[in-house]
Design a protein around this ligand. Structure first.
Ligand code: ADP
Ligand code: MG
Length: 249
């Protein structure tokens, strides 16, 4: 059993190392259609995430969680400050990181395997097939590559989008409320699977949720966002639900 796990770890994440993330004095403010700066957005924010760390970011709706992930993913550029991945400034979408959204954005006209291999088109067919098989096994959907997306349950779809992200072998995995559209049992199952994958792969994870309990259960560390600023940043072992509630006002 141990041998199998080792092999998977090696095959999916050859360097075995999560990426280091560093945000320094980052701000982002949305503009109106007329180009006027609004108060909505994020920052100023300083944050470091260590290689292999599992960080949960929590906060109410509108607190800037998705803005943060879109900045990290390179989809938005900060107006001030610097975001560095393994020491290099993030200037746009980056092959070392990948973002999983709340609703699995799968292509209905592709099979499960076609969806998982979507980000792998530069690789040989054999390598793509190997990565698809590895990633689907990792999320508990082996032998599902030929299935159609519309045959899948919500939980299975979210597993497929996780597999699609893992198949790119990211050093940093960003998840934006990935399980919040699922029922309680499915969410619990996927959460513990995600933890297993994280342990086996050694990747860095930034997991965004508005569920305070979920953040405390999953993360090694929790950052609470309130109106775009850090209201609390602490190891989850030292934080209670009441602490989080108090920090978020
Ligand atoms: P969360 O993910 O925590 O719910 P967001 O990062 O989506 O929060 O939003 C943070 C703030 O920025 C909110 O006030 C929201 O209304 C605003 N906002 C988000 N996206 C846009 C946008 N495209 N244009 C203008 N304002 C936005
Ligand atoms: Mg959001």
């Amino acid at each position: 059993m141990t041998g199998g796990t080792m092999q998977r770890t090696e095959s999916l994440s050859p360097q075995g190392l999560g990426a280091a993330l560093e945000l320094q004095d980052v701000t982002y403010r949305y503009r109106t259609g007329r180009g006027q700066v609004t108060a909505a957005g994020l920052g100023p924010l300083d944050l470091r995430v260590a290689p292999g760390e599992f960080l949960c970011v929590v906060g109410p709706s509108g607190s800037g969680k998705s803005t943060l992930l879109n900045l990290l993913a390179g989809f938005l550029r900060p107006q001030t400050g610097d975001i560095r991945l393994d020491g290099a400034t993030v200037k746009g979408p980056h092959p070392r990181l990948t973002l999983v959204q709340q609703e699995a954005a799968l292509f209905p006209w592709l099979t499960v395997g076609g969806n998982v291999s979507f980000g792998l088109r530069g690789l040989s067919r054999a390598e793509q097939a190997r990565r698809v098989a590895d990633a689907l096994a990792l999320v508990g959907l082996p032998e599902m590559a030929g299935r159609r997306v519309h045959e899948l349950s919500g939980g299975q779809r979210q597993r497929v989008s996780l597999a699609r992200a893992l198949a790119t072998r990211p050093g940093l995995l960003l998840l934006d409320e990935p399980f919040s559209a699922l029922d309680v049992n499915t969410r619990a199952r996927l959460s513990s699977e995600l933890l297993e994958i994280w342990r086996a792969q050694g990747i860095t994870v930034v997991f965004v949720t508005h569920h305070l309990e979920e953040a405390l259960e999953l993360g090694e560390r929790v950052v609470a966002l309130r109106q775009g600023e850090v209201a609390l940043d602490a190891p989850t072992t030292g934080v209670s639900l009441t602490d989080l509630q108090a920090a978020l006002g």
